[in-house]
Design a protein around this ligand. Structure first.
Ligand code: SF4
Length: 399
């Protein structure tokens, strides 16, 4: 069986950002039951840990929410238990924590490193005051850079935890076009973070989700947005700048210095399984029979419901989806084509026991190759980097 990852969701944030549709909640009376949440995740691990049997654990990812709010000792208890439960482990299991600058200083970064975190992912989003305020972030540019430096300070002589930073492109704080992020702004901020010493950067486009404050403003025509051309210009400028600075644009939204790629996210894009633990966590697990199907489940998305069910030992998923091999192949096409390395379509189809080349897909692939939107070599498909702006449409034609 291919390797497996583990994802642990921590659902609390100090403040809900206007664009966010993740399962994130301001804790009641600003109080988080750190130990109670760890106990709940540990009980869930006892119930679901069998999924790790016979699998090599490659990565553990604490996401949220804001897991950097979790008391390091409690997070450490969960981490230790997952590592102990694994029947086999990679030589160095990648252990990532997502951090908000407002909850990461040097002492805290060191405390997380001491319990086994070896990768920090810092949610910078922007280095511009107006854009950060518009996004409802609690930090300013200096706070963001201080958090990145705090994470980097855990490294000694170039060794130690790896550090990544997230940026958001296409933010428009007002209808005044002068306030909109330009391609030059986006590239400058990416290079400024690179110069601080991070080995990995993610640069996402702001997307408007329906059940958010931004979604509501958008419906009312009151949300300023940058145009598609400006967004594309930022994407290209960040890519050119970071590639010029020694980063490899290895996934549509991700850049890494050599050896700094996110093992955990590569697992998602390559279609590996992951065990999901915690409130609102998703997990995807292949069946162990010969059916080559998989199950995707989601835990209760409300923290109080998750905690009370956990106390009762009830980990019945809130949602559960059965994935047929053909659906799994479609997902692999969608995710694998986000990677510069692309997807071994024939290998993946063979592993799933489905036909790689139904007539419609082959015709679509040939047309895409002729149009320069796809490359095909020995059963491996990839989207050329200069056609990544059209990646979603390209992948959809191959479903
Ligand atoms: S900090 Fe992150 S998870 Fe929390 S509300 Fe903001 S975007 Fe969502």
């Amino acid at each position: 069986m291919p390797p497996i990852g583990a994802y642990i969701h921590f659902p609390y944030c100090l403040k809900k950002c206007g664009y966010c549709d993740f399962a994130s909640f301001e804790p009641p009376e600003r109080r988080i039951d750190h130990k109670g949440y760890a106990d709940a995740v540990l009980s869930e691990l006892s119930a679901r840990g069998v999924a790790l049997d016979g699998r090599r654990l490659e990565s553990i990812f604490f996401g949220g929410g804001t897991p950097s709010l979790w008391e390091p000792a409690e997070l450490g208890r969960v981490l230790e238990a997952i590592l102990a439960r694994a029947s086999e482990r990679a030589d160095e299991v990648e252990v990532t924590i997502e951090c908000n600058p407002s909850s990461l200083d040097e002492a805290r970064a060191r405390a997380f490193a001491a319990v086994g975190i070896n990768r920090f992912s810092v949610g910078v989003q922007s280095l511009d005051r107006a854009r950060l305020e518009h996004l409802d972030r609690l930090h300013d540019a200096e706070g963001a850079k201080a958090a990145v430096r705090a994470a980097l300070a855990t490294r000694v002589s170039g060794k130690g935890p790896r550090v990544s930073a997230d940026l958001m492109m296409g933010v428009a704080p007002s209808f005044d076009a002068a306030s909109h992020e330009t391609a030059e702004d986006a590239a400058r901020e990416a290079l400024e973070l690179a110069a601080l010493g991070v080995g990995h950067l993610s640069a996402y486009q702001l997307t408007i989700e329906p059940n958010t404050r931004f979604g509501e403003l958008h419906r009312q025509g009151r949300l300023p947005l940058v145009g598609d051309d400006a967004m594309a210009a930022s994407f290209l400028a960040v890519s050119a700048s970071l590639e010029g600075a020694g980063f490899r644009h290895y996934e549509i939204s991700n850049y890494a210095r050599p050896g700094e790629e996110s093992v955990h996210n590569l697992g998602y894009w390559r279609g590996h399984d992951y065990l999901g633990l915690g409130c609102a966590a998703y997990g995807t697990l292949s069946s162990r029979d010969a059916s080559r199907t998989a199950v995707r489940y989601r835990n209760a998305p409300n923290p109080e419901v998750y905690l009370s069910r956990a106390r009762a030992g009830d980990f019945t998923p809130h949602e559960r989806e059965h994935l047929e091999p053909s659906t799994r192949l479609t997902e692999s096409i969608m995710l694998g084509l986000r990677l510069r390395e692309g997807l071994d379509l024939e290998g993946r189809a063979d592993a799933l026991g489905v036909e790689p080349w139904p007539a419609g897909r082959r015709r679509a692939a040939e047309r895409l190759v002729a149009a320069g939107r796809l490359s095909m070599t020995a059963g491996r498909l990839a989207i050329p980097r200069d056609a990544w702006l059209f990646a979603d449409g390209t992948a959809a034609r191959l479903f």
